[in-house]
Design a binder for this molecule. Structure first.
Ligand code: ZN
Length: 433
């Protein structure tokens, strides 16, 4: 829906802190006016006292199912889930069936998404044909079709291919999204190789599977001058390697999945397959190092790595269940409750990791909440609380290890361009009939 909306009494993020309560008049995809005591009889009013307006959040890593895995998620449900989770933009991974490895596949998804009410879709197109890791895809065509990144959402084994990919991608001014894992070392494992996994009798994934991949991509990026974005960073040692590389001027950015900041491998004691993630949950010390990395900017952003699975898929022995957890609709309240409300992370640091830095990596402009600026904001009510209930999600998925947890903060909606979505706008439509 697109109509004139007056958001009353919201505290607005201003780069270094929140303003006092102000009113925002949203019209034609812009913040037409911002100030105290605004009124406009032609606008629909939303009471937003005690709410926060954050610059539009961006998730750089989600699996949205379509095409080919619509039993897990579709673009309709995935983009709605992103919006209801507070994200104005979401980057879809290319591991669909068929994979997103051609210009026409990128164009098709963009066209489809333009008609869906939800977050705006950005696309990470496949780096190699069929995501086979054998031959580079037509990278220039994928860039021309509007892909914002290139990556297979799987480890690329061949170092020569990765090296060439970094050279090409740097000419196209696009980042290569590289999965920080060596499949030959992680193959067959289902949990972190360490005391917890050992004690539980689960086949291990050694931390070195990640270190080796991280070190390789850093060295290749350094040599080629290409831009590499490391996905799935989960160990303290990786953070250290990235920190050193950044000091040397390597063009590297990195992300961590939010579950890795909140859970560790001891949580696997109940063999709950919803906690079976790739990379696996690591020991607590790694989570602490990752958080430190987020705070000092070594780890640029926090992602959901939203991985929808059907209940049938997850209802299996730990060894055989698929990896991954859904996260679009729980990430912001979880991060707020566990990290911001507890004083471990400031709002400024969280906004850097969920908005400012991912926007730069995806090639989006800064999201300013100011009079005259285009709309790109997230409305969040930190004072509301509730239990995580995936049966009420927009996503088709239910697989979150946080189901039933009591969390603070509720996403109220997003406004991006003319798109207004989320619970507060839904209620408004009901009122308007
Ligand atoms: Zn993923």
């Amino acid at each position: 829906m697109s109509c004139k909306v007056l958001v009353k009494g919201v505290a607005v993020w201003q780069g270094d802190g929140f303003s006092g309560a102000v009113d925002l008049l949203i019209d034609e995809g812009r913040i037409a006016r911002m100030g105290k005591g605004l009124s406009d009889p032609s606008a629909v009013e939303i009471r937003a006292e005690d709410w926060l307006a954050l610059p539009g959040l961006v998730d750089l890593h989600a699996h949205l199912g379509e095409p080919g895995h619509e039993e897990r998620e579709s673009l309709d449900t995935g983009l709605a889930a992103a919006a209801w989770g507070g994200f104005t933009h979401v980057v879809a991974m290319p591991d669909t069936q068929p994979p997103v490895d051609t210009e026409s596949a990128v164009q098709y998804l963009k066209e489809r998404a333009s008609r869906i009410r939800g977050a705006r879709l950005l696309i990470c197109a496949a780096l190699t044909k069929e995501r086979s890791g054998m031959e580079l895809a037509e990278l220039a065509h994928l860039a021309a079709a509007g892909a914002c990144a290139l990556g297979d959402a799987a480890p690329v084994e061949d170092p020569a291919l990765m090296r060439r990919a970094l050279q090409y991608a740097s000419m196209l001014e696009l980042p290569v999204f590289a999965q920080a894992a060596d499949a030959r070392l992680s193959g067959g494992g289902v949990a972190h190789e360490g005391s917890a996994g050992h004690w539980l009798g689960l086949p291990g994934i050694p931390a070195s599977a990640e270190w080796i991949a991280v070190a390789r991509e850093l060295l290749l990026a350094e040599e080629t001058g290409g831009r590499v974005h490391l996905q799935g960073v989960s160990t303290g040692r990786s953070v250290q390697l990235i920190r050193e590389a950044k000091r040397r001027g390597v063009r590297v950015t990195a992300e961590v999945g939010f579950y890795h900041l909140l859970l560790d491998d001891e949580a696997l004691a109940d063999y709950d397959t919803r906690k079976k993630l790739m990379p696996p949950l690591r020991p607590r010390a790694d989570g602490e190092a990752l958080l430190e990395g987020v705070l000092d900017g070594t780890v640029d952003c926090i992602v959901t790595d939203h991985t929808p699975c059907t209940p049938e898929e997850k209802d299996a022995e730990f060894d055989v269940a698929p990896f991954g957890a859904a996260g679009l609709e729980v990430a912001l309240p979880a991060l707020y409750s566990r990290l911001v409300a507890t004083g471990k992370v400031s709002w400024a640091a969280l906004i850097e990791a969920l908005s400012a830095r991912p926007r730069r990596i995806a090639g989006l402009g800064e999201a300013r909440i100011a009079e005259g600026a285009p709309c790109d904001l997230t409305l969040f009510a930190p004072g509301e609380s509730g239990s995580v209930d995936p049966s009420r999600w927009r996503s088709k998925a239910r697989n979150t290890p946080l189901a039933g947890e009591r969390l603070y903060g509720r996403v109220k909606g997003i406004a991006v361009g003319r798109r207004l979505c989320g619970p507060c706008f839904e209620e408004l439509e009901e009122v308007a009939g």
